[in-house]
Design a binder for this molecule. Structure first.
Ligand code: PML
Length: 238
């Protein structure tokens, strides 16, 4: 069965607004392109003046990983969210509080921060861009996909991304704050704890947002190649 990667990114005056990706069979390509364009045009961050959709056939084998289990922390406000995230990261890095400060100070990053667990230094080659996680989708057998742009689709997409990320041996944890000013639930994820939803990560209306991966720094080049280029399908496959 040949599969295709379909990617969308939108921007306004050169500033990134939204992005999406699917891995689909040939007969789904046209519908997926249309759905992505509609979604780009209705993003709460603004109306784009550029939407780019690309379609590429995938060569070779696709890696398959299970989805992380989802749980939810009880956090009433950003202070409690901060405590939850830092307590989760503390066993993995002595720089957990610095990681939180770094993530809550960024915006408009297209990719993630690579945060070295041992030193607290950033390892991504281009700090403005970060490292993008691409080449991923939910396996078709995980069931019907929620409508693109819905709240459920947002969680499914985040879970798929977090599952790909967490299954690389150099990744110890991920923290995500949505860059959507109208969406304040984020998550912290590890392979062993799963995907922990964290409500009230930021005040409503805040443009802060991004992703940060706590990494062991053993093979940063190999990790970046996996995150950006290795096609991965997440979830049940049969
Ligand atoms: C985003 O906006 O792309 C990040 C989504 C985070 C979803 C967190 C959740 O609701 O589980």
């Amino acid at each position: 069965m040949s599969l295709f990667s379909v990617k969308m990114r939108s921007s306004a005056e050169g500033v990134h607004i939204s992005g999406a990706e699917r891995i689909v069979e040939a007969d789904e390509v046209a519908d997926v392109c249309a759905a992505m364009s509609r979604r780009a045009l209705s993003h709460s961050k603004g109306t784009p003046d550029s939407i780019t959709v690309t379609v590429a056939a995938i060569d070779g084998e696709i890696m398959r990983v299970p989805a992380l289990a989802i749980t939810e922390a009880a956090c009433e406000d950003p202070r409690e969210a901060r405590d939850t995230v830092i307590n989760t990261l503390a066993p993995l890095t002595p720089h957990a509080a610095d990681a939180w400060e770094l993530l809550t100070g960024v915006r408009d990053m297209r990719g993630a921060i690579l945060f070295h667990a041992e030193t607290g230094h950033r390892l991504e080659p281009d700090r403005a861009r970060g490292v993008r996680v691409t080449s991923l989708d939910a396996a078709a057998a995980t069931g019907q996909r929620p409508e693109a742009g819905s709240g459920k689709a947002r969680v499914t997409e985040a879970l798929v991304l977090a599952s790909k990320v967490a299954h690389h041996p150099s990744v110890l944890a991920e923290v995500c704050i949505s860059d959507d000013p109208g969406y304040t639930t984020g998550y912290v994820a590890t392979k062993s704890l799963g995907y922990v939803r964290v409500p009230n990560m930021k005040p409503a209306g805040s443009a802060v947002g991004g992703r940060l991966f706590i990494v062991d720094g053993r093979d940063t080049g190999g990790l970046i190649h996996y995150l950006e280029h290795t096609p991965v399908l997440v979830g049940d496959t049969e």
